[in-house]
Design a protein around this ligand. Sequence first.
Ligand code: NAD
Ligand code: UDX
Length: 484
Amino acid sequence: LREMVKICCIGAGYVGGPTMAVIALKCPDIQVVVVDISVPRITAWNSDQLPIYEPGLDDVVKQCRGKNLFFSTDVEKHVCEADIVFVSVNTPTKTRGLGAGKAADLTYWESAARMIADVSKSDKIVVEKSTVPVKTAEAIEKILTHNSKGINFQILSNPEFLAEGTAIEDLFKPDRVLIGGRETPGGQKAIQTLKNVYAHWVPEENIITTNLWSAELSKLAANAFLAQRISSVNAMSALCEATGANVSQVAYAVGKDTRIGPKFLNASVGFGGSCFQKDILNLVYICECNGLPEVAEYWKQVIKINDYQKSRFVNRVVASMFNTVSNKKIAILGFAFKKDTGDTRETPAIDVCKGLLGDKACVSIYDPQVTEDQIRRDLTLNKFEWDHPFHVQRPMSPTTVKQVTVVWDAYAATKDAHAICILTEWDEFKTLDYKRIYDNMQKPAFIFDGRNVVDIEKLREIGFIVYSIGKPLDAWLKDMPAIA
Ligand code: NAD
Ligand code: UDX
């Protein structure tokens, strides 16, 4: 009798945790162990307070934990025992050296690969789950085979397409699962083994198999295409404001074309999250390394427009309020990079808050899921530092400490404020008592909606001066043009 297939996943983060929990739920015949070097993370996975907030995740973990799903810091033991090892460690942007600010930092990946080679005593399939540059599999293969002591390693690329906030839904019903492998008999056998895992719940026609390089590049390409849609609609939002068009109407009309489709066309203060910017920078770097500067330049624009959108928003706020926000209280509603997550990596709120603080505003921040510690930490980090666990912790300057308050309620955040900036599309911001909020604010009272969630007409009736991305401007705002 063949023993139970054993899976070990290195990296218990936003991807490793939910992905493995769903594999365990859907494959009762497979034992899944998620390992991490971070003791607090593993402790949290083993507690009632999971380390990440993701709708539906608690339920899945509760059903399998202790049965066929385990979380452990004993990395080497579980890697040694596994048949399939997923590597889902962080792959941030390099902050120094060759390719700094662009290339992927594969330090964590390489150390995981070396550790796998060191501790393995039996043949293994090693699966790239992290998003990595094209051709990483080749480098990993070299590390593994040069240190293999006769063990056979097969490398597969199996990038993850889940989005935060809908991770469980996305994992239950993925648009596709992508598996890339070598075109050798050994490679094809490994692909089949991994395919059998997903086939427990994903229809066969949705499991795509390719060569290694196509799988690696498809992940970068998919994120670049998605981000490009947002930058396209955001670029249009600036033109809408200048012309009196309404970006929601334009997006609706454009999205009705079945070749374009209606999803992912919401104008916003800018995209955030741990993936889009990092993966595009990585793509740009790979293009440059391959002698394709025109292609690199094309994708760079997606990030430039995103940065433009964030600074355009800040400029709009400052310009509307008589060109100064010095000592004015500004309420920030929402700090996470999107709703239904507590994740703040690359959130546009960081840039907007830094911009307002630079103009000496006092910001009062409320987010339903993000803690004060996290917010204060984010506001002190430099670009690209956030995903490097060993960066230098810098204290906030004493003036900034005073300029920032974090509160646990939208009403406290907005009390006596001159303006409100909505930076995350949390559902609860749609149903706040805006009359009550208005009554407690300084006048004129401004709302800058960076997510197009509020009912502009209703708010104008209450008395607010309202700015909403890509929407026809109030007379007030027309008189106070922002120079981006
Ligand atoms: P994360 O930072 O949340 O998790 C990574 C974990 O790996 C951390 O807990 C870290 O302690 C651990 N780790 C690092 N080195 C280790 C080692 N040598 N041994 C054991 N553990 C180690 O990152 P994430 O958001 O889960 O992303 C992981 C990868 O998946 C990245 O490459 C990312 O680009 C990709 N990805 C992320 C998303 C997303 O929505 N977050 C979606 C698709 C793909
Ligand atoms: C993304 C990809 O969607 C996912 O497939 C990949 O695996 C990881 O990267 P994620 O970053 O978690 O997922 O969330 P996503 O829903 O893509 O949103 C990214 C950012 O774009 C958020 O800041 C979101 O608010 C913004 N966004 C999204 C818009 O501004 N407008 C839109 O129409 C959609």
